[in-house]
Design a protein around this ligand. Structure first.
Ligand code: NAP
Ligand code: HSE
Length: 421
């Protein structure tokens, strides 16, 4: 049987690009048999052609000039370089040349996806981006293929592997945030600029993409409520655990009468909540469909091979499926911006020194202000030095402001989910 050769240009040969090469090489025979096509990487764009790499490429394959990729007869361009510029220009030029594009770049999609989708439709080429959301979990394929009949009423998930890895290690090994971040970088989980992970931008980009697929629109990024984990301490994580909760960076999209609401923020989950069990670099996406009910998808959300798996599955998909137009991406102003202030229950961590920093005085103040305190865990109360955690209902910003100003306490509150939510 003759096997057609498909020429692929790779933009980027770092963590993901290296995994893509390894996967194509190790699965080549199987792919050729299943697809009737042999994938050949003819060019790979890098910044530094002299750099030592885990994967060996022929000297003629590596280039630092994008035009060489574009003019090497490629049928498909795989963008795994990251960032918005020059990735946008390169993806745009590839589409305009009639190449199908596979990308893992959620920042590019969240910031310029609407234009790229429209351009890909105009040129009748595939724009595939499974690897951009939740690493190896084939969630976008599932949404596209299997959830056409259901209305999705809510999406909730852990969409960033780096932060989930950091939170897991901070809890299990009482390591500082900085130590664990270094390890996440060494393992290839973190973005080139890890602030994108720890400040919640990366999860926000992925949530934006999910909202486009599920609701056919999203909020402008500037309207997404976003908090990261950069200010979380081992003390806060430990007290949450003593109260029976685990802090996770939770991304949520809900459609209400007012429109869509998207948020990313550290959230306290009871230990028996399904998302509390998602540890290490694993991600999870929880969906509720009006017919199917609750669904939970989980798998490795970051790293070389899980991400390469999603990229190569996209390649295999577009090599076997005819082009069909992509639904256009839209943005709409949303419901009022609001973080945890509007939620009923929260887990609050308080720490400080001073005459007013005693459990009794804090409780007295909160109860007199109409705040219900369901649980109090005092980690230490050493004559004016207090560290404690509380589970509260009805606590608002005015209360936390007073705890800071009048009681000399540092206060950090996390919205709280119940096991069945
Ligand atoms: P990475 O390890 O930093 O690799 C980036 C690659 O792109 C490097 O080979 C770099 O060249 C090349 N590159 C970057 N800017 C370039 C430029 N202006 N011109 C030419 N080459 C350039 O990044 P990565 O972790 O593989 O991530 C790549 C993309 O996949 C990002 O969009 C990321 O968000 C996404 N992603 C990553 C993961 C993950 O777990 N790492 C998971 C899902 C999605 P040099 O090698 O010469 O520096
Ligand atoms: N930096 C990202 C993460 C890579 O940690 O989830 C996968 O998108």
């Amino acid at each position: 049987m003759s096997v057609e050769v498909v020429k692929v240009g790779l933009l980027g040969l770092g963590t993901v690009g290296g995994g893509v090469i390894k996967t194509i090489h190790s699965q080549q025979e199987k792919l050729a048999a299943r697809l009737g096509k042999r994938i050949e990487i003819v060019k790979a764009l890098v910044r530094d052609a002299e750099k030592e790499r885990a994967v060996q490429m022929g000297r003629t394959v590596l280039t630092t000039d994008f035009d060489e990729v574009l003019h090497s007869g490629v049928d498909i361009v795989v963008e795994v370089m990251g960032g918005v510029e020059p990735a946008y220009d390169y993806v745009r030029a590839s589409i305009e040349k009639g190449c199908h594009v596979v990308t893992a770049n959620k920042e590019l999609l969240a910031k310029r996806g609407a234009e790229l989708v429209e351009l890909a439709n105009r040129h009748q080429v595939h724009l595939a981006y499974e690897a951009s959301v939740a690493g190896g979990i084939p969630i976008l394929g599932v949404l596209r293929q299997f959830l056409r009949t259901n209305d999705i009423t809510g999406i909730r998930g852990i969409l960033n592997g780096t932060t989930n890895f950091i939170l897991t290690k901070m809890e299990a090994e009482q390591l500082s945030y900085q130590e664990v971040l270094r390890e996440a970088q060494e393992l290839g989980y973190a973005e080139a600029d890890p602030r994108s992970d720890v400040e919640g931008f990366d999860a926000m980009y992925k949530l934006y993409i999910l909202a486009q697929l599920v609701y056919g629109e999203s909020l402008p990024l500037a309207e997404v409520s976003r908090k990261g984990i950069a200010d979380l301490t081992c003390g806060q994580i430990r007290i949450a655990s003593e109260l029976g909760y685990r802090i996770k960076l939770i991304a949520q999209a809900n459609q209400t009468g007012d429109g869509i609401h998207l948020s990313v923020e550290p959230t306290a989950l009871p230990l028996d909540h399904p998302l509390a069990q998602i540890q290490d670099s694993y991600n999870a996406v929880q969906l509720s469909g009006n017919i199917v009910g609750d669904l939970l998808f989980t798998g490795r959300g970051a790293g070389e091979m899980p991400t390469a798996s999603a990229v190569v599955e996209d390649l295999a998909y577009l090599l076997t499926q005819p082009f069909t137009p992509h639904p256009v991406w839209k943005e709409r102003e949303g419901a009022a911006k609001e973080l945890s202030g509007g939620r009923e229950q929260s887990l609050c961590y308080v720490e400080g020194a001073g005459p007013a920093a005693t459990p009794d005085r804090v409780l007295q103040f909160l109860r007199a202000s109409g705040v219900e305190v369901h649980k109090l865990k005092v980690q230490f109360d050493l004559g004016g030095v207090l560290r404690a955690g509380l589970i509260t209902s009805g606590l608002h910003e005015e209360h936390t402001d007073l705890l800071r100003s009048d009681f000399g306490l540092q206060v950090r509150c996390f919205p709280l989910l119940h096991a069945s939510e």
